[in-house]
Structures are given as C-alpha cells and as structure tokens.
Write a protein that binds this ligand. Structure first.
Ligand code: FES
Length: 105
C-alpha cells in the first residue's frame, strides 16, 4: 500500500520557501523552487546540520548546508561539492486537491 502523507495546503508553500516536516523518526525538508515542490531528508549527510537553516538557491535548484556549505540538488539529493559525499534521501511528491503530499516508506 502506498503511504502518502499530507504536508500542507499547496498555497502555504511559495517559490523559495522551505518547510520542516517531521513524521515519526523522519526529518524532512519540503521546498518549492522554480514552481516545483521537492522533498528530501533535512539533516545533512556530512555531519549533523539542519538544512532548513541553510540557503535555497532557485537558480541552481539546490539547498546549501549552513555548516560546511555543501550544496545538494533538490531533485536528486546529490551533493555538488565537498565535504558531503553521500546524497540526501529524496521523497516522491504529489499535489492533490490543492494539498501537497509526500510518499514515505
Ligand atoms: S554538515 Fe553539511 S556539509 Fe558538513
């Protein structure tokens, strides 16, 4: 069974916004960049830093870690520069009845 979880109403997330979403043990970062919505893990894969306090770059479609400045692609989770080497986990997103859902599990 697919495990889609509602995050928020679509209008609550504007271009350039970042939103914290916790579900069980999962700490997720939901972003909107260039009109598209993305969801990734929120904790950097290098050390413990919360990416929601980093910088969203809509031109590059990345979020930059506030601690050592690795930038991660929002669509793939892949780091674009060191020191982070491992990708962020990414989650599927859908918009349904004007609400944002992500798929967990
Ligand atoms: S903790 Fe994010 S790059 Fe080091």
């Amino acid at each position: 069974m697919e495990d889609w979880v509602k995050v928020c109403e679509e209008k609550a997330l504007k271009d350039g916004d970042m939103l914290d979403f916790d579900h069980g043990e999962s700490k997720i970062l939901v972003t909107r960049s260039g009109g598209r919505v993305y969801a990734t893990d929120r904790i950097c894969t290098h050390a413990y830093a919360d990416l929601s306090t980093g910088i969203l770059n809509e031109d590059e479609n990345t979020v930059t870690c506030p601690l050592h400045l690795s930038a991660f692609k929002l669509d793939s989770g892949i780091p674009q520069n060191l020191p982070a080497e491992d990708p962020l986990k990414i989650y599927k997103v859908k918009i349904q009845e004007n609400a944002i859902y992500i798929k967990l599990g």
